[in-house]
Design a protein around this ligand. Sequence first.
Ligand code: GUN
Length: 300
Amino acid sequence: MSAMILDGKALADQIRAEIAEEVGRFKEASGIVPALAVILVGENPASQVYVRNKEMACQKAGIESLMYRLDQDTTTADLLDLIRKLNQDAKVHGILVQLPLPKGIEEKEILDAIDPSKDVDAFHPENVGLISQGRPRFLPCTPYGIQQMLVRYNIETDGKHAVIVGRSDIVGKPMALLLVQKAVGANATVSIAHSRTKNLPEITRTADILIVAIGKANFLTADMVKPGAVVIDVGMNRIEVGSTDENGNPIKVKKLVGDVDFDSVKEVASAITPVPGGVGPLTVTMLLLNTLNSAKNSVR
Ligand code: GUN
């Protein structure tokens, strides 16, 4: 039997409609337009697509997006100046610096400079600490989106074994922090596996919920999955695959694939996210929600 497809796009559309309504009510009541500043440094093609998606999603939700597109040769000092300016601008409620930053820019120094009350990515150490203690100011967008997907699809997490493959600061570590909390959509037994884990398939096969975020195309195969497991694919890998042109000649085309070998794993799992159309749309959705909540907090 084939797994249920967890439709992140449909779910994101539904949650974004809820957010847009709430943005409308908030604007009406307060006269304030929630605003998100997005900073993109350099020409990374994937980042350009992500940033454009964020900009369009803001517009549709009634959130103002302030775009800062900076040259590849921007210095750490230039970027710090811009962040300080945005920190002080009362009209800006969220500040997001798109990662990765070009080599030569001190990423940690930049993220640490963002006012924690405007840190809608939840990357600032103060916000990470608050999450860790179970009293979050913001929840990190991708883990938050995944948790919403589990909750809204009625996937039980309480007492389940969640195995996270990947230990990044953006996904793996904060995902573990969220799922281990004493809370709805959490209370899981959590394991984090990574590139140095021994006997990875043995561990992933014990997962009731398997979240894969390691950035390797089609890495997780059916033999690594317990029958009936829920599989969440956070990967976004652009690979070249063979195809044919209109005359039948072989050509290479770019394709977006996840970290999960979807075609084999869907025959073993009970539920699975596709790529694209799985986790990605929810990440952007939670960014909108964090920006709205930050604007609300600014008038408290
Ligand atoms: N690059 C990849 N994912 C993210 C994210 O969630 N936030 C930011 N700022 N950059 C990213």
